[in-house]
Design a protein around this ligand. Structure first.
Ligand SMILES: Nc1ncnc2c1ncn2[C@@H]1O[C@H](COP(=O)(O)OP(=O)(O)OP(=O)(O)O)[C@@H](O)[C@H]1O
Ligand SMILES: [Mg+2]
Length: 283
């Protein structure tokens, strides 16, 4: 079944099953996950999430799975009353975020596995999905940078080499699960097609400046983890390190559009250095 098809989700639920507080197994920013009790979960989205985003998550998770990536694939997408949801296989295990907190001395090994898995995703063809360059250009245009900087950046971005790779778009420790079956990548709502370097930069920024604790010890850890991830990624991926530097200023400018307040000074230094290196006007 194509994930474009919107079905009546209640027909896929076990007899008499209803979502309630007791069936919630996890909660994210965009949804609650409910256990269907039969090896499946249903992700029920909050009203603020757009239909487009839900459709993309369903389609791209199924596509990644088809391409042989360790992704939890959408089994069905639909509505149940006024709720919108996606049914997934229940993934045994925990997020990499929690695993690393439980096994801090094994963080390096975990980061290496995550990096290798990201390189594997990038070896798959992304198909006909939205282009990451378009997403970045839109985020720059609607972001806070001065108009002249936006214009220069969007022109320069258009001239960068593009790619056809499958890109997750939100590859962080909370969107990778680990369990008896190995790693499983979830939450494909921001997936796109394009150059792997852009997705690696996004992961570097999520690691260093993304939501989460930002006390100084954690920040040292975050910066170390981002460096290690990039190094391991480059060993496994077929990507020119120079392409990562070339994409960094544009991904960072795009990040300004919906950025959380954490680590402002460090992020600003990161952005300024990337802009300077690319010969772009300062903000
Ligand atoms: N297929 C699954 N099997 C088991 N647990 C899952 C599954 N998918 C998601 N989860 C759990 O639910 C949590 C939230 O899932 P997900 O990241 O898809 O939701 P989200 O609301 O989009 O997240 P975010 O908070 O990143 O926006 C995950 O961190 C994970 O613990
Ligand atoms: Mg998530």
């Amino acid at each position: 079944m194509t994930q474009r098809t919107v079905i009546d989700l209640e027909r896929t639920w076990p007899d008499g099953w209803r979502p309630d507080a007791a069936s919630v197994v996890a909660s994210g920013v965009s949804a609650d996950l409910h256990d269907l009790g039969d090896g499946r979960v249903v992700k029920l989205f909050r009203p603020a999430v757009s239909d487009d985003m839900i459709a993309r998550e369903a389609e791209m998770s199924a596509l990644a799975h088809e391409r042989g990536i360790a992704a939890a694939p959408a089994l069905a997408r639909g509505i149940a009353g006024d709720l919108r949801g996606i049914v997934y296989p229940l993934v045994a295990g925990t997020t990499m975020m929690r695993w690393i907190r439980q096994h801090p001395t094994r963080a390096g090994e975990a980061i290496d596995r995550i990096a290798t898995a990201q390189a594997a995703i990038h070896k798959a063809a992304g198909g006909a999905g939205r282009r990451l360059k378009d997403v970045i250009a839109t985020d720059i245009a609607y972001g806070p940078a001065p108009a002249a900087v936006q214009k220069a950046a969007i022109e320069r971005l258009a001239a960068l080499p593009d790619g056809e790779a499958l890109l997750h778009g939100d590859y962080h420790l909370g969107n990778i699960m680990t369990g008896p079956d190995g790693l499983t990548v979830i939450d494909w709502s921001k997936a796109a097609v394009g150059h792997p370097a852009a997705d690696l930069v996004r992961t570097e920024m999520l690691m260093r400046f993304g939501i989460g604790p930002d006390d100084w010890i954690t920040n040292l850890w975050r910066d170390w983890a981002a460096r290690r991830l990039k190094r391991s990624y480059l060993l496994a991926a077929d990507v020119d390190p120079a392409a990562i530097d070339r994409y960094r200023p544009f991904v960072a400018l795009a990040w300004l559009r919906a950025r959380s307040a954490g680590r402002n000074r460090a992020f600003r230094a990161y952005l300024d250095a990337a802009m300077k290196r690319a010969g772009l006007p300062p903000l």
